[in-house]
Write a protein that binds this ligand. Sequence first.
Ligand code: GLU
Length: 304
Amino acid sequence: MPDFQKNIDSILEEVKNSSAIGTVASYIPELATVSSAKFGIHLIDANQQTYAAGDANEAFSVQSISKVLTLSMALGILGEEIWKRVDVEPSGDPFNHLSLLEQENGIPRNPFINAGAIVISDILVTQLKNPKEDFLNYVRKLADDSTISYNESVAISEKETGFKNYAAANLLKSYGNLNNKVEDVLDFYFHQCSLSMSCKQLCDTFYLYMNRGKCKRNTSYLTINQIKRINALMLTCGFYDEAGEFAFEVGLPGKSGVGGGIVALLPNKFCITTWSPGLNKKGNSARGMQALERLTTMTELSIF
Ligand code: GLU
């Protein structure tokens, strides 16, 4: 195995001096309050050795990264049934695009665009007794960390400004692909996106996607086949309309969020999270992508 700490330290130096820092998301006003100077990186390997640099322990808004976790919970409860309501194809469109949803009769392209994630939220609102509480407990269990919580200010901020998500949910409802009330499903969705976690906590949570469905305590949450499907979706749909570029530059399955986080993993080898709030034009963390490109180039470790 390469010297991960050495690699990470040198990536931090390189990326800190990079001029392509990106722009912090402001369409959710609360996200705009975060400094673009932040940069954190954390890596956990298959033996649970950890390596970190920068702001790796500072919590940030995970946003769309949460979509992997809700998908996992829904898949764990309902199994293959969920694919009747959401497809598994890359969209090639921005995460909040609505025109495809109309063209394809209310079946979202994949569970990581907003419309698809809202369908998954609807499934969980139906299936769970106390949806917000039960989902939070699920994430805490995966991470083995009871301190993880929602950021209410971020959830409220998005509730007040998430007009496109209301549009998507209403469109889904009009096609019969939303069973609960729009307000209830979006309240859950805005909370899942507001999860506040550090790079370390995200690595602890995503450890199971690298470890064939078993979390750090060796409890099995997903089958090997379910992990195969989720990792495939992360590779093909995890980076908005830049999934091809991410596969090309980095070569790992992963998921990004507009809070500036990126989680990526190499099955059976390692899981890594970067956080840098400045986003590129496609909505992915600019310095996070650079850092991950450097890591897989330096170590020659990627799925290809
Ligand atoms: N909560 C955000 C939204 O729905 C998630 C966006 C993202 O991280 O991709 O707009």
